[in-house]
Design a protein around this ligand. Sequence first.
Ligand code: DAK
Length: 259
Amino acid sequence: MNFELIDVRTEAGKVGIVTLNRPKQLNALNDQLMSELGEALKAFDADPAIGCMIITGSEKAFAAGADIGVMASYSFADVYKGDYITRNWEQIRTIRKPVIAAVSGFALGGGCELAMMCDFIIAADNARFGQPEIKLGIIPGAGGTQRLPRAVGKSKAMDMALTGRMMDATEAERSGLVSRIVALDKLMEESLGAALMVCDYGQLAVIAAKESVNRAFESGLSDGVMFERRLFHALFSTQDQKEGMDAFVNKRKAVFTHS
Ligand code: DAK
């Protein structure tokens, strides 16, 4: 696959890494970049050797949002009829294997929304998150007003969306937006370590865990718990459940076959 605005590579043959690569525009997200990203993630998702993916940017910017230069001249009719960049963003939601956002520098607007679409966020100590769309006369358009309050609660989400201020990595971790903070020079090492750990677990259980946690955002408690229970019971039909429990009982390391 030939990509212009992203770099794609694998690590240890099992982690797919996508690096956003529009450094001069601080990785501003345009139609082409989002198409390439969706294509790369879908290819990794379909590759049986890949168990987990990482999306990252540069030290200065994960992504500073959608491309404002492109948006500036659009009318309502343009964005509504053209379904402005929606089709590209929706692709990320269809990825079934885990996707980790490794964020350093700015994650603003669509950049913050992209990070929140990933399954969890590992932040470098220089990361800064924000939904500054209000300063441009718009509001977040890729789920920011929905995912941010679910992650950090109403008050902080309102604060971010209404004032457009940024939060640093410490505040982001304290509020539950990111799962951990690491030193900038350890960001990829730590993210890769997490990804490799995920890869070594049984893939059926990994996908079930992702589906079940995601369900928490889209259902009431009893529906969500019932969904979880059905997946939990179903995993007893897998070889990996036999292997995982046998390994524990016999005090050895489990070797999962993803079956
Ligand atoms: N778009 C285009 N170019 C950008 C950009 C952006 N979002 N952010 C930065 N750049 C460009 C700058 O124009 C500058 O280009 P040159 O002047 O060198 O040609 C270069 O990157 C370096 O930026 P600065 O000179 O400004 O660098 P600073 O360090 O001084 O400032 C900054 C960094 C990140 C604080 C600043 O660049 C900034 O405030 N950027 C804009 C952040 C922002 O407002 N983001 C939100 C954009 S709206 C949707 C999906 C997504 C969206 C909507 C709908 N659907 C699915 C429907 C998303 C919308 C948005 O994200």
